[in-house]
Every structure is written in C-alpha cells, then in structure tokens.
Ligand binder design. Structure first.
Ligand SMILES: Nc1ncnc2c1ncn2[C@@H]1O[C@H](COP(=O)(O)OP(=O)(O)OP(=O)(O)O)[C@@H](O)[C@H]1O
Ligand SMILES: [Mg+2]
Length: 336
C-alpha cells in the first residue's frame, strides 16, 4: 500500500517584492517515489522545494507532511526528516569532505564514532572511497565529485524525504548520465521519497515516477513519464518534450504492451519454428526475440528505425506474439 507523504493544496507563494513565484499549485507525492519538477528557468521549481522544508513560507493554501500541516510542525523536526541538495551544491570550502558530509549529524550531536561510520558509508556509496576523499577539501574535487558530496551530505541523517534541486546540473552530459545511473541504483537500495528538480526533460523522464511540468508558476501537467509522452496536455508540454518524442516514448513501451497475439506463430516454441535460423514469417528479414517482461527499447527502436520489420515476443521458449512497425505505430501517440 502506498501512502501520501507530501500534499500541496492550492499553494501560492508571493515574495515580498510582489513576485508570484507559484500560483494555486496542487499535487501529492507518494511515499518512496521520485517526483520530478521540470520547467523553464524562473517557473517556480526552487520555490516549491523551499516551501516543503519551510525555508520560505507559503502565502496561501496548505502543505501537508505525512498528514500534518507543515505550519503546525516544528521547523527543526521537519528539516531533520528532509534532506536538501541545494541548487548551487553549497559545500563549505574550508571544511573537509568528511566534515561537510557529517554536518547534520554533528548538529544533531551524534557521537563521533557514529558520525565517522556514517560518513565513510556514504562516501563509499557515492563511489568516493572514504580513505581517499574524506580529508580532501571541496576545491580539490571535480564538479561531479562535489555534487556527489552534496548528495551524501543530504543523505547523512537518513531523512525520509530528499529535496534535490538540480543535483546534476552544470555537469557535462557523460558525467551527468553516469551520476543519474548511479543515483537510480542507490535509490533502489535506499528507497526514499525524492523531490527532484531539473530543467532537462530527458533527465525528468529517466528519473521520475511522476513528473510535474511547470510553466510560469503553475503545473501544466502532473503525470507518469509514459502518460506525459503519450498524452501531452497541450502544445507547451509537446514542445517541451521535443521533436524526438516518439523515440522517447519507445523507452516506456514493452513488447507486451503492443504485441499482436493473433499471429500464426503464436503458441509455437522457438525450436518448432526452427530455432535460431527461423525467419519471422511476416518479414523475411530476420527477427529478434524479446521476453515480454523486459524493457524492449532496443528491439522497438530497431523496428522504428527500420532495421528489422518485426520481433517475436517470447516467454521462455514459447512465442506469445509479434510486433511489427504497424503494431508499434498503432500504439504511438503519433498514430492516433
Ligand atoms: N527571494 C525572492 N524574492 C523575490 N523573487 C524571487 C525570490 N526567489 C525567487 N524569486 C522569483 O520567483 C520566481 C521563481 O523562482 P525560482 O527560483 O523558484 O525558479 P526556478 O524554476 O527554480 O528557476 P531556475 O530553473 O532558474 O532555477 C522567479 O521569477 C524568481 O525571480
Ligand atoms: Mg531553481
């Protein structure tokens, strides 16, 4: 059973100078999921993060944390449960990596040995071996390493919720992808609730269980990546996703979603079909077998790009269906 951990109800934030940063925003976040906030610069993403841990106070509406209105909670207690990776990393240059990571536990007055253990554990988790990095200073690290230290610091006191404001921003694409992959692996182990800000739609699609697309202080669509790709709410979302929407869409499709179960070969085993040498009856150009449950991006992509005309979808030895380009088109949003 999932349960809601953060709930925004008609939240508006107007800064003292009259800037309305977010207006009448509502959404809820399920425990243990990653929600990505994406949108152009200045649309209110960072403001949303700051409202959650009360670095800023809302102007109207309500925010609930675990069922309680956050204004009724003690700020310090609230922040103890919420780790924050700020947009500019914000490491302290005069402190070592270990001191940076151990900052919150130190404030919480954990004993020394417990802090040291926790710091070493997190540095190792972030692929920054403690014996090498704990005594270095942030200036001695690369941008990607600094961002990892920022993430380790936010995780230090084992918060239930992580606010991550462009944690991989300002990185070259390769380092960025590497950190994204590592973070997905780590998330699978630690299972936190994550609110993640980016202005990169590809990062959003990759990292998010849910995505909130912002425009001028409002959420124009709040949905799963797959829904956003297949049913963009309006032209703004469509443009924001970009022209390679169909390719992105394929990443969220499995052969099971789109296969034709009525083809002649259905129900036959691969060996009945002549093992490795068999040609997929309908195309004569070769075939691929794909387990129904697997992510079939590569196979679907090949069809889409015209490298093969179809794939056999198998469960173990048995063919359970086929996918051709026509099957694919029927299921892509372009075809509808
Ligand atoms: N302290 C502040 N006082 C007045 N206006 C502010 C303040 N902080 C942010 N704003 C304004 O509120 C709006 C939203 O800002 P916010 O930082 O939330 O945007 P963002 O989506 O995080 O942008 P970016 O992608 O550039 O980080 C902007 O117009 C910004 O200028
Ligand atoms: Mg921001």
């Amino acid at each position: 059973m999932t349960s809601t951990i953060i709930d925004f109800e008609n939240v508006t934030k107007e800064y003292p100078d009259g800037t309305v940063a977010i207006e009448d925003i509502s959404f809820s976040v399920e425990e243990g999921t990653t929600t990505v906030f994406v949108g152009p610069s200045g649309c209110g993403k960072t403001t949303t993060m700051k409202l959650v841990n009360r670095l800023e106070e809302l102007t109207s509406g309500k925010i609930y944390y675990d069922g309680q209105e956050i204004r009724s909670l003690d700020k310090i207690d609230l922040r103890r449960n919420i780790g924050y990776v700020i947009q500019e990393i914000g490491l302290f240059d005069h402190m070592t990596v270990a001191e940076n990571v151990g900052m919150v536990p130190t404030l919480l007055e954990w004993d020394r040995a417990r802090i040291d253990d926790r710091v070493d554990e997190l540095l190792d988790l972030m692929d920054l071996p403690a014996e090498t990095y704990r005594d270095q200073h942030p200036m001695e690290l690369s941008g990607g390493q600094r961002q990892r230290v920022g993430v380790a610091r936010a995780l230090a006191a084992d918060p239930d919720v992580m606010l991550m404001d462009e944690p991989f921003g300002a990185l070259d694409p390769i380092t960025r992808e590497k950190l994204q992959d590592e973070f997905l692996e780590i998330q699978a182990q630690i299972d936190k609730t994550i609110l993640f800000v980016t202005h990169d739609i590809d990062e959003a699609l990759k990292m998010g269980d849910k995505i909130a697309i912002y425009r001028n202080g409002q959420i124009v669509q709040y949905d799963t990546p797959k829904e956003i790709l297949t049913n963009p709410a309006n032209d703004f979302v469509r443009e924001f996703i970009g022209s390679d929407r169909l390719i992105k869409e394929l990443k969220f499709m499995t052969a099971g979603d789109v296969m034709d179960e009525t083809a002649d070969v259905t129900g036959k085993t691969l060996s009945e079909l002549g093992a490795a040498g068999v040609e997929f009856a309908r195309n004569g150009q070769g075939y691929l077998t794909v387990e129904r449950s697997e992510t079939t991006h590569v196979a679907l992509m090949k069809i889409y790009e015209g490298h093969v005309e179809g794939v056999l979808v198998t469960e173990g030895e048995e063919v359970v269906g086929t996918v051709t380009e026509a099957d694919l088109k029927r299921n892509l949003s372009e075809g509808r």
